[in-house]
Design a binder for this molecule. Structure first.
Ligand code: CA
Length: 589
């Protein structure tokens, strides 16, 4: 940091503005369903009233002619002025037009309330606000989206600071819909501190010890032959498949590499998750014409290979990818509600016994567009409908920026609200798309924070922005391993799924374990080695005179092989889980 920018930052810190706003007849929209705690202002950042013009704000666009800005006296929310952002040309990414403020002071784990007033003219649509790192690679920390209406409305979000820094940027982004966006009375106040458990300094160093304690059991088998006599000769013990879910998202798109793609998934992992095929907007592009045949292909493969696939996702509020124009969203509110109910009921009944687990609602904290329309209770209803349609299905909620960002608090608040209402929610999905390096203590603390709900946690969509972080292949392998070890050694975590493994089929190019030509990167080997060599159980033991062997091994499915003569060997497969009997009699016929 040079001297000038130091003084620049200092001047921002000293700059205090108090915003007065009229709250009568105003609606407040916050992102997660549910009210925020009352505000008790303790600090304020730079001018959000626009009475002094742009002041510390700046306008940025990715290419000229997307949009423009103006300080205007046209119907400000309060005072005489507000800012107007105009989008003339829609961009592929919402962040291509931004109103920014950078380099203000935040303190680690302090919870700030950002509030602002906004309205739209000329069909203005989604306005997103994000907190990102204030310099490359602009790592994402937290954000909130909402649709502006033609009336001034107050919007609020809570932001938990990821670290103590001034290297931070707040940005309002709106390049997804043409129109005029008016913003006024932006306020940013500290009001609470997130109570994250202080992880012991050596918590990560002790990961392998914890893994041994929580992922293994002491087991015993008694091997008998067809006459009931104890087996003689050595018995080999081999873990075939972890109880713990090690998985990847799947996209069966055909093409030359399809065979290799499927083989690679089976080689590394024991379960999968639909990347896009089950997302409603992809699955049922036309009303009444769901792509059953496409999903059935996955199911067939899943059953053949004993490779369960998670049902991601039944409902997702995002307005990206043209989803805001999906036929269901073009209906009136009551018909839209009815369509959500039909979709959930129809598909869970159809896939009962074939898909065991669903993300019922994806990104409820960050994508409130459906709650804005239908109210917050639609979330509760979705879980109830899913539970009625398939009472055996495990129902998850799924969200990003929880361990890879700073939104654990609003997520836990939402989960606890559902639990208080006895909504059938069985697990917490934590996506894990990282744009920062892996910090095991920080991640461990956030996992523990979420685990306090008492529900199992699953890392559902892990990847890293390898290119933006400038990771070498070796560094990437080491970061991925660090994350796997962090999650596997946390007692509340029951699964870990990569969001893809091949660069040709990855939303984040470079994040795959294999490059475009299917050449394995260092991470491919290290991921394989951890799951199949480091964290595995494989031994050959001599039974005692009663045919008994004892061993300590990972929970999962085992193959026991008896070599009863040089020419004959017999294998029995059996499962040893956390809850299974510690001792089993196996009959080697
Ligand atoms: Ca104003």
């Amino acid at each position: 940091m040079n001297k000038n920018s130091f003084f620049y930052i200092q001047s921002i810190l000293l700059f205090i503005i108090v915003c007065f706003f009229n709250t009568t007849n105003a609606q407040t929209r916050s992102r997660a369903p549910g009210a925020l705690p009352p505000s008790t202002p303790k600090a304020v950042f730079a001018d959000g009233s626009f009475e002094n013009g742009m002041d510390k704000w700046s306008f940025w666009q990715n290419s000229p002619k997307l949009g423009s800005y103006a300080i205007t006296d046209h119907k400000p929310h309060s005072g005489k002025k507000c800012i107007k952002l105009t989008i003339n040309n829609v961009a592929s990414e919402i962040w291509h037009v931004q109103l920014q403020q950078r380099n203000f002071q935040i303190k680690k784990n302090v919870i700030y309330r950002l509030s602002y007033w906004a309205r739209g003219e000329n069909n203005a649509g989604t306005l997103e606000v994000v907190f990102v790192k204030g310099s490359p690679p602009w790592s994402y920390y937290s954000g909130f989206k909402s649709r502006v209406t033609d009336k001034w409305e107050k919007y609020e979000m809570l932001f938990t600071a990821p670290l103590t820094t001034t290297d931070i940027q707040l940005a309002f982004q709106c390049a997804h819909h043409k129109g005029d966006y008016f913003i006024d009375d932006i306020s940013f106040v500290a009001e609470d501190t997130m109570s994250l458990e202080e992880m012991p300094k050596n918590w990560y160093q002790n990961a392998e010890k914890r893994i041994d304690q929580i992922r293994k059991g002491d087991f015993c088998i008694k091997a008998v032959d067809k006459n009931g006599n104890p087996c003689k000769g050595p018995i080999s013990v081999k873990l075939l498949k972890h109880s713990f879910d090690w998985g990847t998202c799947l996209a069966f798109l055909g093409g030359d590499h399809e065979k290799k793609y499927k083989e690679t998934a089976l080689k590394h992992f024991n379960c999968g998750v639909f990347e896009n095929a089950l997302k409603w907007e992809e699955f049922e592009r036309e009303e009444g014409k769901p792509a059953f045949a496409d999903v059935d292909r996955y199911i067939k493969w899943s059953e053949k290979n004993n490779f369960p696939i998670r049902g991601h996702t039944l409902v997702w509020g995002t307005e990206n990818y043209g989803f805001d124009r999906h036929w269901a969203r073009l209906k009136n509110d009551s018909m839209f509600t009815e369509s959500i109910k039909s979709r959930i009921t129809r598909d869970l009944k159809r896939y009962k016994g074939k898909i065991a687990e669903y993300d019922v609602w994806n990104e409820p904290v960050h994508e409130p567009s459906i709650f804005n329309r239908l109210g917050n209770d639609i979330l509760d209803s979705a879980f109830v409908w899913a539970n009625r349609a398939d009472p055996d299905a495990k129902l998850y909620i799924n969200e990003y920026s929880i361990i890879s960002g700073t939104d654990a608090k609003p997520y836990r608040d939402l989960v606890e609200k559902l639990m208080k209402k006895n909504i059938p929610l069985h697990g917490i999905g934590i996506q894990g798309h990282f744009s920062t390096r892996i910090d095991p203590l920080d991640i461990g603390a956030k996992l523990s924070y979420m685990a306090q709900t008492g529900l199992p946690l699953k890392i559902t969509e892990f990847d890293m922005d390898v290119n933006a972080l400038g990771l070498s292949e070796k560094e990437m392998a080491s970061e991925y391993a660090k994350m796997m070890r962090t999650a596997f050694s946390h007692p509340a975590v029951t699964g870990f799924l990569f969001w893809g493994f091949w660069d040709n089929r990855h939303w984040r190019p470079g994040a795959g374990l294999y490059d475009k030509d299917f050449k394995p990167k260092a991470a491919a080997d290290s991921v394989y080695n951890l799951i199949h060599k480091v964290w595995t159980t494989s031994d050959t033991l001599e039974p005692d005179s009663t045919g008994k062997i004892e061993f300590r091994g990972f929970f999962g499915e085992y193959a026991f092989t008896v070599k009863d003569s040089p020419k004959s060997q017999k294998t029995v497969k059996v499962n040893f889980s956390e809850n299974s009997k510690k001792e089993k009699v196996l009959n080697f016929q």
